[in-house]
Design a protein around this ligand. Structure first.
Ligand SMILES: CC(C)(COP(=O)(O)OP(=O)(O)OC[C@H]1O[C@@H](n2cnc3c(N)ncnc32)[C@H](O)[C@@H]1OP(=O)(O)O)[C@@H](O)C(=O)NCCC(=O)NCCS
Length: 177
């Protein structure tokens, strides 16, 4: 398996992952990712911006994630948004779920954050989806807070430290001020 930046040639494959995830979520009665048009728009934007990555296995895209800046609906100045990298659209195709790939990808995303001099990998997820929140906590994330924003189902905010805090790190000093 290899992970690489997605290109416009991957748009259809990433949208297919999204549609498969939607079907799985909805058949499990989980009201998440109900707005396909918005989801597809976000996928196209993420790939065009160079923020989306895909995992390839035997020339097939089997997973995808996007690493980008903060969603201003959720993260405030007090969070020092620049101290983190933000994970979006984390998806693994059903044949590869439960294989440990998710855990490896979260470690990889954390390492990307570290390489970009960040202290945290952060994400927002569905407020009502306690099972998904448990998943992230089992993978090293801490609950920051849950916020309600009109028109958004998401708002449970989590972060995972990239490494043990270094007192000399400029963002660490900023967060103490
Ligand atoms: C989230 C995801 C990438 C994790 O992949 P993974 O590391 O291989 O882990 P699994 O798929 O085995 O899931 C682990 C557990 O979390 C649960 N889970 C995963 N995504 C979930 C979701 N969106 N809502 C509720 N439960 C979820 C699984 O049912 C499983 O529960 P179990 O241990 O009781 O069987 C993958 O499940 C996925 O693509 N989910 C659909 C898309 C999604 O919801 N992405 C997160 C957006 S914030």
């Amino acid at each position: 398996m290899k992970i690489r930046a997605a290109t416009t040639d991957d748009v259809d494959a990433v949208i297919a992952l999204r549609i498969e995830s939607e079907a799985w979520l909805h058949s499990a009665g989980i009201q998440q990712w109900v707005d396909r048009a918005r989801g597809v728009r976000n996928i196209r934007d993420g790939i065009a911006a160079g923020n989306t990555y895909v995992v390839e296995h035997e020339s097939t895209v089997v997973a995808s994630l996007t690493l980008a800046g903060p969603d201003p609906d959720f993260w405030t100045d007090a969070d020092i948004p620049s101290s983190a990298l933000y994970l979006y659209k984390f998806m693994i195709g059903s044949p590869h779920r439960g294989t440990g790939l998710g855990s490896r990808l979260l470690d990889w995303a954390c390492d990307q954050a570290r390489q970009r001099q960040k202290l945290w990998l952060r994400l927002d997820c569905w407020r009502e989806n306690k099972a998904l929140q448990r998943y992230y906590m089992q993978h090293g994330f801490q609950h920051v807070r849950t916020v309600v924003v009109a028109g958004r189902g998401s708002g449970a905010l989590f972060q995972r430290p990239v490494l043990a805090p270094q007192p000399s790190h400029p963002l660490q000093q900023a967060s103490r001020r």
